[in-house]
Design a binder for this molecule. Structure first.
Ligand code: PLP
Length: 402
C-alpha cells in the first residue's frame, strides 16, 4: 500500500489504541463494518433508487440497498427509510427541503446551547436558506412550557429537536403535542442518541416526528454517514428527490452496505447491553467528577458537560489541549449561557460511547474522572497522567479486534 499514507495510518492506529477517546460523537466501528467500507462496492455507480437506477449493472447493489432500508425500518420501527445521505448534514438539508419552502421558518435550539451547525448557524447553509428562530433552555434543560409559548408567537413551519451537546432525556411526545397545538411539522435530528434509541434506552422519536434524521457513526457505531426515517408516504417521496437528484449524486453503496451491517449489529442483545453500559459509564464518570467538586451538567445519556472554567480556571480550549498531553481526547464545548466564544468555551463535552465499545467498565470510568480532575488541577505530572491512561487503555480491546 502507498507508503506515506500507510505510515500515517499506523500512527493514527497507535493514537486510537493508546488514547482514551471521550469525544461524544465518535465510536469504533466493527471489523465487518470497516471491511465493507473498503470493499469493491466503491466501484459502482448507482444514481437513483433500487429498481429505478440511471445505470446498468445495479442488480446486486439494489439488493444491498433494499436490505439496508429493511433493516433500518426494523431497527427503528419506521414505515420508510432513505439510507443514501452521505452525512448527517446532508440528511438535515434533505429533510428541510422535504418539509418547507426556502425562506420558511424553523424553530430550533441554537448551537451555543447544544444544537448543531445545520440547525441554523450563520456559518451553515441552513441559515441562508431558511429563517431560523430559537427556543431557550432553562438551567440547561428543555423547557416545554417556554417552547410552547415561543411556538405560539413565532408560528414556525417546523419545530426541530435533537442536539449535539444535550445531556438529558428528551420528551418527544411533549414536543409533538406542541407541534399539534401550533399546527407545524415536527423534525427530530437524533444523530447523537440513535444508538440509545435503537437499544430502547431513550424514548424513540419515530412515532411522533414527521421526519427523523440521524448519523450512523456516533452511538449507533456504524460507518460515517446519514439516515432519514419517516412514516409518511408523501414525505418519503419528497425526501428521496431531495437527496437524489437535488443534493447528492451517486450513492456510496459500500457505505450503505456497512450501514446494513451496523443496523443488524444494533438489533442484537449485545448492542442493547452495550447501550446500557454507555449510559452507566457516562453517569459513573460524571458522578465521580461531581464528588470531587467539579461543576458538571448531570446526564441521562451518553454525554455530559464539564465546566472547566469554573472548576479549574481554564478555558475549554486549554483543557482540551492539556488533556491531549496525557492521551485523553475531548472537545471544547460551549455550556448554556457561556460567556466565552466558541473558539475558547467554558466547557468540555465528554462522552463514553467509544471507550465503552473497547470495554471500559464503571470502575474505569471513575478512574477516568480522577485522572482528568487531578491533571487539570495540576496535581499530576504528564508522565504520571500518561501512565494511568495507558494502564486503562492497555487492558481494553485493541480497535483492530472490534
Ligand atoms: C445533532 C447532529 N446532527 C447532525 C450532525 C452532522 O453530522 P455529519 O458530521 O455527518 O454531517 C451532527 C454531527 O456532529 C450532530 O451532532
Amino acid at each position: 500500500m502507498d507508503r506515506e499514507i500507510n505510515e500515517i495510518i499506523a500512527q493514527e492506529l497507535k493514537r486510537q489504541n493508546q488514547g482514551i477517546e471521550l469525544i461524544a460523537s465518535e465510536n469504533y466501528a466493527s471489523k465487518d463494518v470497516r471491511e465493507v467500507c473498503g470493499s469493491i462496492l466503491t466501484n459502482k455507480y448507482a444514481e437513483g433508487y433500487p429498481g429505478k437506477r440511471y445505470y446498468g449493472g445495479c442488480e446486486f447493489v439494489d439488493q444491498i440497498e433494499n436490505l439496508a432500508i429493511e433493516r433500518a425500518k426494523e431497527l427503528f420501527g419506521s414505515k420508510f427509510a432513505n439510507v443514501q445521505p452521505h452525512s448527517g448534514s446532508q440528511a438535515n438539508a434533505a429533510a428541510y427541503r422535504a418539509l418547507l419552502p426556502e425562506g420558511g421558518k424553523i424553530l430550533s435550539l441554537v448551537l451555543d446551547d447544544g444544537g448543531h451547525l445545520t440547525h441554523g448557524s450563520p456559518v451553515s447553509f441552513s441559515s441562508h436558506l431558511y429563517n431560523f428562530v430559537h427556543y431557550p433552555l432553562t438551567n440547561g434543560h428543555l423547557d416545554y412550557q417556554k417552547l410552547l409559548e415561543i411556538a405560539e408567537v413565532e408560528k414556525p413551519d417546523v419545530i426541530l429537536a435533537g442536539y449535539s451537546a444535550y445531556p438529558y432525556a428528551i420528551d418527544f411526545k411533549a414536543i409533538k403535542d406542541i407541534c399539534d397545538k401550533v399546527g407545524c411539522y415536527f423534525m427530530v435530528d437524533m444523530a447523537h442518541i440513535a444508538g440509545l434509541v435503537a437499544a430502547k434506552k431513550h424514548m424513540s422519536p419515530v412515532p411522533y416526528a414527521d421526519i427523523v434524521t440521524s448519523t450512523t457513526h456516533k452511538t449507533l457505531r456504524g460507518p460515517r454517514g446519514g439516515l432519514i426515517l419517516t412514516n409518511d408516504e408523501e414525505l418519503i417521496k419528497r425526501i428521496n428527490s431531495a437527496i437524489f437528484p437535488y443534493y447528492q449524486g451517486g450513492p456510496l453503496e459500500h457505505i450503505i452496505a456497512a450501514k446494513a451491517i451496523c443496523f443488524k449489529e444494533a438489533l442484537s442483545k449485545e448492542f442493547e447491553e452495550y447501550a446500557s453500559r454507555v449510559i452507566e459509564n457516562t453517569k459513573a464518570c460524571e458522578d465521580e467528577l461531581a464528588r470531587l467538586g467539579a461543576k458538571v451538567s448531570g446526564t441521562d445519556n451518553h454525554l455530559f458537560l464539564l465546566n472547566v472554567l469554573d472548576t479549574y480556571g481554564i478555558t475549554g480550549k486549554q483543557a482540551q489541549v492539556r488533556l491531549e498531553n496525557i492521551f485523553i481526547t475531548t472537545n471544547k464545548n460551549m455550556i448554556p449561557g457561556d460567556t466565552l466564544p466558541p473558539n475558547k468555551t467554558s466547557g468540555l463535552r465528554i462522552g463514553f460511547a467509544a471507550t465503552t465499545t473497547r470495554g471500559c467498565t464503571k470502575q474505569d470510568a471513575e478512574e477516568v474522572a480522577r485522572i482528568i480532575n487531578s491533571y487539570l488541577k495540576g496535581e499530576l505530572s504528564d508522565e504520571e497522567g500518561q501512565k494511568r491512561v495507558l494502564a486503562l487503555t492497555s487492558k481494553w480491546k485493541n480497535i483492530e479486534e472490534l
